[in-house]
Each structure stands twice: as structure tokens, then as C-alpha cells.
Write a protein that binds this ligand. Structure first.
Ligand code: HEC
Length: 100
């Protein structure tokens, strides 16, 4: 069992030592997150996730929301498709704003 877990971890975190790829992740935020939250992230099916709407979150909790989703809602967990470092990058990106 342990070896399976290690195998899965190394498959998804193959580049864990490298810094998150910011152009890939910002694209993902606007395309994938944007498909629910709106291309400008001001809300759609999902709520507004622009910096002013997230000011009550700190980066750590926000990264957990991204990784685990919000159970019982349409907000999916992203843990299967990104590393914790990538989720942390996205959290900082959402909190500090971005060039549209
Ligand atoms: C399939 C649709 C969908 C996708 C894709 C999606 N979300 Fe969500 N998200 C939602 C919904 C719906 C909610 C509101 C859940 C609720 O009712 O609390 C939400 C809630 C959130 C919240 C909490 C907002 C708040 O004010 O508490 C954050 C942060 C968030 N999403 C970030 C993201 C990020 C980042 C991505 C991309 C990595 C993403 N979402 C992709 C549907 C989606």
C-alpha cells in the first residue's frame, strides 16, 4: 500500500522541486476556474473570487479550499490535478490580483 501511495505521489508531483509554472497556472485559473467563476473571476455558477471577495481568507486556507474543494457543492477538489505548491501559487495569485 505504501509503495502505491509513493508511486502516485511521484507521478503527480514529478516536478515538485521546480517552481510552479506561472503561465500554465494563470491559464488554468482563467480557463478552468473561469468556466465556473467567470473568465474575469467575478462570478458565474461559482461566486466572485477576485481579491476583494477573498480578503477574509489567508493563503494557506485558500490553498486548502482549492485542493479539497467545497464538499456538497459544485466546487471540485483540485488535489488530483495539482501539487500543494501549485495550489499555494494559485492562492497567492487570487489574493494579490493579476493582470487580466
Ligand atoms: C465546476 C464548477 C467550478 C469550478 C471548475 C471551480 N469552482 Fe470554485 N466554486 C464553485 C462553486 C459552486 C463554489 C461555491 C460553493 C459554495 O456554495 O460554497 C465555489 C467556491 C470557490 C471558492 C470559495 C469562495 C468563497 O467566497 O468562499 C474559491 C476560493 C474557489 N471556488 C476557487 C476556485 C479555483 C481557484 C478554481 C480553479 C482551480 C475553482 N474554484 C474552480 C464552482 C467551481
Amino acid at each position: 500500500m505504501r509503495s502505491v501511495a509513493v508511486f502516485l505521489a511521484s507521478a503527480t508531483l514529478a516536478h515538485a522541486d521546480e517552481p510552479p509554472d506561472s503561465s500554465r497556472l494563470s491559464h488554468l485559473v482563467h480557463q478552468d476556474c473561469g468556466s465556473c467563476h467567470g473568465l474575469t473571476l467575478k462570478g458565474g455558477l461559482g461566486p466572485d473570487i477576485r481579491p476583494e471577495a477573498l480578503s477574509h481568507y489567508d493563503a494557506e486556507i485558500l490553498a486548502d479550499v482549492v485542493l479539497d474543494g467545497i464538499p456538497g457543492t459544485a466546487m471540485p477538489p483540485w488535489r488530483p490535478s495539482m501539487s500543494e505548491a501549485e495550489a499555494r501559487w494559485i492562492a497567492e495569485y487570487l489574493l494579490t490580483g493579476y493582470a487580466p
